[in-house]
Design a protein around this ligand. Structure first.
Ligand SMILES: Cc1cc2nc3c(=O)[nH]c(=O)nc-3n(C[C@H](O)[C@H](O)[C@H](O)COP(=O)(O)OP(=O)(O)OC[C@H]3O[C@@H](n4cnc5c(N)ncnc54)[C@H](O)[C@@H]3O)c2cc1C
Length: 227
């Protein structure tokens, strides 16, 4: 745009520097076909563990988040933790804690295959990995802790080019869209390593380039950080 970029109809700016790291995080979804009623009982975050009190909760996942939530929920709920491998990725001490609890069932190695809802209860078909054994488990609620995915794809809506999940930049940290720059772990170029120091340096390069464009009449002292 000639006069700059309008952001949320609130800000007008001549340049933008994108510094979103590896991007915004979204939870990995439960990989089963679900209708809206089922989705209401499948959660990716827990705001208040007390909402699950006196219920049977299925926790799916094998990392620290899954184990931590299972330990926490076991204070007030019946818990079944389901993981696709025999060994958990998370802390052994958490697994040992769960093994000692009478209201916790550890189901491994199982993969969820189907989900249905009847009489306000979820039934999940679990298949034992490496075998044809099927188990049906009932839950009031399910917590999915399969980790997160991050990406910067939102910048495509601005016309900014990405290579894979990273923004492509030129030597002044300029993207393909005039006026939009990118720095830090959001970008990649040959030889780049994702370390803090590089991001700081790239910020200096981008800001100096922007200053030269915005104020071409000014003689900038590039060796000074006071700009
Ligand atoms: C476990 C770990 C250890 C590390 N140790 C070191 C170390 O010892 N030394 C070192 O040099 N480097 C280390 N790093 C790497 C270092 O953290 C990164 O290189 C650095 O943080 C990248 O800075 P950044 O500003 O580009 O991105 P980030 O620090 O990731 O900041 C990006 C910010 O943008 C926000 N954001 C993302 N998407 C959006 C969006 N759509 N809208 C609004 N906001 C958004 C994020 O929430 C975040 O706050 C480590 C990284 C990790 C994960």
């Amino acid at each position: 745009m000639d006069d700059g970029f309008h952001i949320d109809n609130e800000f007008l700016t001549k340049t933008i520097i994108i510094a979103t790291g590896i991007g915004s995080f979204k939870p990995k979804k439960f990989p089963l076909k679900m209708n809206q009623e089922i989705e209401k009982k499948v959660h990716y975050y827990i705001n208040d563990p007390n909402k699950y009190a006196n219920q049977t909760v299925g926790v799916f996942g094998g990392g620290d988040s899954a184990l931590d939530w299972a330990v926490e929920l076991a204070n007030r709920s019946q818990v079944k933790i389901i993981h696709r491998r025999k060994e958990f990725r998370g802390l052994e001490s958490s697994v040992n804690k769960l093994r000692k609890l009478k209201n916790v069932e550890i189901l491994t190695p199982y993969l969820p295959k189907k989900i249905s809802l009847s009489d306000n209860q979820l039934t999940v078909e679990l298949k034992k990995t490496g075998s044809s054994e099927i188990s049906y488990q009932k839950f009031d609620q399910i917590i999915v802790a399969y980790g997160f995915r991050a990406d910067n794809r939102f910048v495509r809506n601005w016309g900014v080019n990405l290579k894979g999940t990273h923004i492509t930049v030129g030597p002044e940290m300029n993207t393909n869209v005039p006026g939009i720059y990118a720095i830090g772990d959001a970008i990649n170029y040959e030889g780049r390593v994702p370390l803090i120091g590089l991001g700081f340096g790239e910020a200096q390069i981008a800001i100096n380039a922007i200053m030269r464009k915005l104020f071409p009449e000014k003689a900038l002292t590039i060796h000074s950080t006071s700009i």
